[in-house]
Design a protein around this ligand. Structure first.
Ligand code: MG
Length: 479
């Protein structure tokens, strides 16, 4: 069998071996990079990586090309000798839950998460229900780059079966880990906005079984996303914010396209930034599990540190991205994990970002507290976050970062170099973090006031720009 050899990392940095995997699987524009041939190559690379054995679960979202792509992936894997279980349309966390529940070898979700309509993608999940490590992605990228696949033979074709019970399994686990009687007794009024995405097949049912008085918006699955753009940010959720107030609901809940993330609206129609929702959830978690470990990534607010310290918990900070957070949760047997983008982890249910699970835990918390969500938020310390990005080409990346490091080391109280450069000042912090996949540098800043956050962010932008200009001026070779 011609299995692709794992190459050295440096070879992937060369222009001849383009990186296909982003922070969460492969995402491309359908009909441009995402062609039938490319999808079959991805299936072939995976079949080769799995040595033509095991069982792969395939789920999909409602994008216009998702069924076609999942059929190509299934057919290719079968011809490479891998068994396939077709899970149908469901959220990414629902598929991830089923991988562990069924003891499968791996799972694929055909989805482009919150990306615009023309995109589609493939998310890869390993047997523990967390994403594949970078080395596995590299092995597949290398196989695709060289078109080197295990051949597959007529007498070793895999078997295909459909599994209609995936959503039942998942919803049962969420309800099992939620205090259903307390919510049923209170019957909170809840507005849910799946944004025409995959939570439309899990969450209306989940929240009704939980005992909520449910009002839905955009709850028809539709790959054209007619209701709103798929990213659940403040601007896109204007209709949900209005509806919550109009119907007098206790809370509004929205998900991104593949429902691994969640956004909350308080009873006044105000959008909760991801950090603030994380702090509310983490505080409750530590009340129930005193001394527990909470995992978050380097981009999170100081608010999380404050809440974990006040709850006598242990805070673990990782590089950004769901894989580092999930791995650390497993290593430290953490009680909760979260990212500022609205991805929250409930390890007793599964170690993956889970939007629907996060929604029931927030409702449970609200009912138990007997206070409006806006009041729970008002009891937290207040910080302000500003973020932006500036162009930074790859050849300049390391030199710019080294210079930024030198400058921040001089002026900051403390410097954390876990993922980019995070500098702490008496009244805020600044994070300068080049993207691993795009020619940009992300700048995050937080302060005790909105002005201070903006000031720190502008300082970060200026530093990166100055260093880029200096390199451009001193170099005869254009980057
Ligand atoms: Mg997503």
């Amino acid at each position: 069998m011609a299995t692709a050899a794992a190459p050295r990392t440096s070879e992937f940095e060369s222009p001849n071996a383009p990186r296909l995997f982003g922070t969460d699987g492969i995402r491309q524009v359908v009909g441009e990079e995402m062609t039938p041939v490319f999808v079959a190559e991805v299936g072939s690379a995976l079949g080769t990586y799995l040595h033509g054995s095991g069982e792969v679960l395939i789920a999909r979202d409602f994008r216009t090309s998702s069924e076609a792509m999942s059929r190509i992936l299934a057919g290719t894997l079968l011809m490479k000798g891998v068994n396939v279980r077709d899970m149908g349309t469901m959220p990414t966390p629902c598929l991830q839950f089923n991988i562990r529940a069924l003891g499968a070898t791996m799972g694929l979700t055909v989805t482009a998460s919150h990306n615009p309509n023309e995109f589609n993608g493939i998310k890869f999940t390993g047997p523990q229900g967390i994403e594949l490590p970078r080395e596995s992605e590299q092995a597949m990228e290398w196989a695709i780059h060289r078109h080197e696949y295990a051949p597959g033979t007529w007498d070793r074709v895999g078997s295909l079966r459909a599994d209609p019970d995936g959503i039942d399994r998942y919803v049962s686990s969420i309800l099992h880990h939620t205090d259903v009687p307390i919510v049923r007794a209170a019957r909170p009024r809840v507005v849910l906005d799946p944004g025409n995405g995959t939570s439309a097949v899990t969450s209306p049912r989940l929240l009704r079984e939980l005992g909520c008085q449910l009002i839905t918006l955009n709850a028809n699955p539709d790959g054209y996303f007619p209701g709103r753009p798929s990213e659940p940010n403040e601007e896109n959720l204007w209709a949900l914010r209005k509806t919550v107030v109009d119907v007098g609901a206790a809370i509004g809940i929205a998900h991104d396209g593949d429902s691994d993330r969640v956004a909350f609206i308080d009873e006044k129609g105000q959008f909760l930034p991801g950090d603030i929702a994380m702090a509310v959830l983490a505080r409750e978690r530590l009340r129930q599990r005193p001394g527990g470990t909470v995992v978050t990534s380097v981009t999170s607010s100081t608010l999380i540190e404050d809440v974990v310290e006040a709850g006598a918990g242990i805070l673990e900070v990782t590089r950004s991205g769901s894989l580092p957070v999930a791995q650390r949760i497993l290593e430290r047997e953490a009680v909760f994990g979260g990212e500022e983008n609205g991805g929250y982890y409930w390890p007793e249910h599964q170690v993956a970002r889970d939007g629907p699970m996060s929604s029931t835990k927030m409702i449970e918390l609200l009912v138990r507290s007997r206070r409006p969500l806006s009041e729970l938020v008002a009891t937290l310390p207040r910080y302000y976050l500003s973020k932006t990005k500036v162009p930074l080409v790859r050849p300049f990346r390391d030199r710019v970062l080294a210079r930024v490091h030198e400058r921040l080391e001089q002026e900051a109280d403390r410097l954390v170099t876990l993922d980019g450069q995070k500098a702490y000042y008496p009244d805020g912090w600044l994070l300068v973090r080049p993207s691993g996949t795009e020619p940009i540098c992300r700048i995050f800043a937080e302060g005790r006031s909105a002005e201070r956050a903006k000031e720190l962010m502008a300082h970060g932008v200026e530093m990166v720009r100055q260093e880029v200009d200096r390199l451009n001026a001193g170099s005869n070779v254009s980057p």
